[in-house]
Design a protein around this ligand. Structure first.
Ligand code: ATP
Ligand code: MG
Length: 550
């Protein structure tokens, strides 16, 4: 039976559209969230999308765009000139050279990812002459198997024109990067060149009837609609902005939206990425996407990651799992690191906690008021300029690692080191977390005696990062003592050194160390202030049997 109104929302899935089209002869009209027509999709489009494995994808990614939408139709075909007007001339030239080289080989070249997003986001801003330092390019070499390494080949030929750039090739992933370092023109520009990927999909580029199939599939495996936009740099007859998934609309309405329902199950690190983009750009995670995050977390996605990593012999459901998992752990770690070193790390962490995503660190990690207080305390500690929080190798403890140690320390003691190992953190961090409980025990009972010298005797056996960690977690009594130690007591110099003692007639030997320690303690406790008082102290407590020779 024919339906009267053949309209569907932009986020209707291909599978649902297929169902609807079983009962309909005409194309379906696609509406955006506001109810405006944005395009149409035919039965053939829908069947093709399904054939390519996009059944769970939204129709918006496969529709024919409607072009009579006022301002859109004015600027839609002009993104290349827009790009030219925004970019620094040298960078524009570089992209032109790359596009010409691709074209000469019959390939298409696209600017994708963050650069496109940020350019469109900043399109209202005054400033231009943008020198972007992070450029992602995708080469679509068409269907020929011989062009599988197109990205690598293009990078090589581009390097011939730009010999000052370093070339890095990741043959396994068919990607290459050109890297400038401290360059007078390009500063520290990095240009990643990838070959459009179709290999993740069930029917890789099998059907030549679908134009731009590879770039579309490449964009489809990306994280969010706003990161799945592409600008075509090579010549084209049609649009030079590729927006298969409604990314522009989401940029305008400030939404973080995944491309398909399985996105977070496929790659849980996207949960971290969703939050980082939301907080950084001031966007909201679109409700359905948020549901998918919560669903993925509730399904135990993070625990599965860990279990499968540790239990190597268990037969994984997905045959690719062993290849995929270590990379996943590494990506999780780097997303966590990325977030924890930004200026917006605290609101991001709050949002991750609200979503329940801290379970990726450990299933039993729960944020509470104590944890937030400790994390803020850690910031105060790091701003105390005269405390040098260094690792055993002498390098400063990175802020992200310090913040992460506070997070991990919030776990029950028996899980701390295990969680650190899971995130591939330095051995020093695991060690510190392993010893934390004992240190806290020891330190909490050690200060019944109020004398500074007594505190110093206990505290001097611990390194600074351990003391700071204990301090941010402890009650104010212990915290004050540790701060006092780090900022004052630990810097106090002994009133007399060994040489001075010798000059006074003391013989180096077993007692020497004891005398020096007694002098130091007396200074810490305020009994002696200067050299004269130190000598009196010596006369009284360590009288010489032989008078010093006059
Ligand atoms: P930033 O400005 O933070 O670098 P970006 O968008 O450039 O933002 P990158 O991490 O540099 O982010 O990744 C580049 C692009 O690669 C993204 O825009 C996205 O299209 C894709 N991408 C990165 N990580 C993932 C992921 N986990 N899943 C899917 N796509 C991803
Ligand atoms: Mg980037």
């Amino acid at each position: 039976m024919a339906r009267l109104i053949d309209t569907i929302r932009f986020d209707t899935t291909i599978a649902e559209a297929q169902q609807i089209l079983l009962h309909s002869e005409s194309d379906l009209v696609i509406l955006d969230a506001a109810g405006d027509r944005i395009g149409t999709i035919s039965r053939r489009d829908v069947d093709t999308a399904a054939h390519y494995g996009f059944s769970r994808g939204a129709v918006i990614g496969h529709m024919t765009v409607q072009h009579q939408r006022g301002q859109d139709s004015d600027d839609a075909p002009h993104f290349l000139s827009f790009l030219r007007s925004r970019l620094a001339p040298d960078l524009w030239h570089l992209l032109t050279v790359a596009a010409n080289q691709a074209e000469a080989r019959g390939w298409q070249l696209f600017l994708v990812g963050g650069a496109v997003r940020d350019l469109l986001l900043n399109s209202q801003n005054e400033f231009d002459n943008l020198l972007i330092e992070d450029i992602d390019l995708v080469v679509d070499g068409g269907d020929q198997a011989a062009d599988a390494g197109a990205g690598v080949e293009l990078a090589r030929s581009l390097q011939a024109q730009y010999p000052q750039a370093r070339l890095e090739i990741h043959a396994k992933f068919q990607t290459a990067a050109l890297l400038w370092h401290d360059d007078p023109v390009f500063k520290s520009l990095g240009v990643d060149i990838a070959t459009a990927r179709t290999e993740f999909y069930p029917y890789p580029a099998a059907n030549p009837a679908v134009a731009a199939g590879s770039i579309q599939q490449d964009l489809y495996r990306r994280d969010f609609t706003i990161n799945a936009l592409a600008i075509r740099l090579t010549h084209s007859r049609g649009d030079d902005l590729l927006d298969f998934f409604g990314g522009r609309l989401d940029l305008q309405t400030k939404q973080i939206r995944v491309l398909h329902a399985n996105s977070f199950i496929e790659d849980p690190t996207r949960i971290y990425r969703a939050v980082r983009f939301a907080v950084r750009l001031g966007f909201t995670i679109e409700p359905q996407t948020e549901q998918l995050i919560r669903y993925a977390i509730a399904s135990g996605i993070f625990q599965q990651v860990r279990v499968r990593v540790s239990a190597d012999e268990s037969a994984p459901a997905n045959p690719n799992f062993r290849a995929v998992t270590p990379a996943l752990q590494t990506r999780l770690r780097s997303e966590l690191k990325y977030v924890l070193q930004t200026s917006y790390w605290l609101p991001a962490l709050h949002q991750l906690a609200d979503l329940g995503a801290l379970t990726c660190i450990h299933s039993s990690l729960k944020a509470d008021a104590h944890l937030w207080r400790q994390l803020r305390g850690g910031e105060t500690a790091m701003r105390m300029s005269n405390v040098e929080c260094r690792m055993a190798n002498g390098n400063p403890l990175p802020v992200w690692l310090f913040r992460l140690e506070i997070l991990l320390a919030h776990l029950p003691p028996e899980h701390r080191a295990e969680a650190a190992a899971g995130l591939q953190l330095p051995v020093e961090t695991s060690d510190r977390l392993k010893k934390l409980a004992a240190a806290e025990d020891n330190l909490s009972t050690a200060f019944l005696n109020p004398l500074p010298s007594h505190s110093v005797q206990v505290l001097k056996f611990y390194d600074v990062p351990m003391l700071v960690l204990v301090a941010v977690r402890s009650d104010s009594t212990l915290r004050k003592i540790i701060w006092r130690y780090l900022t004052d007591w630990s810097l106090i110099k002994p009133p007399l050194n060994g040489k001075a003692l010798k000059a006074l007639g003391y013989k180096p030997g077993a007692q020497f160390k004891q005398i020096l320690e007694a002098l130091m303690n007396a200074k810490l406790d305020g009994e002696i202030r200067d050299r004269a008082e130190a000598e009196v102290f010596l006369q009284q407590n360590f009288p010489l049997f032989l008078k010093p020779t006059e």
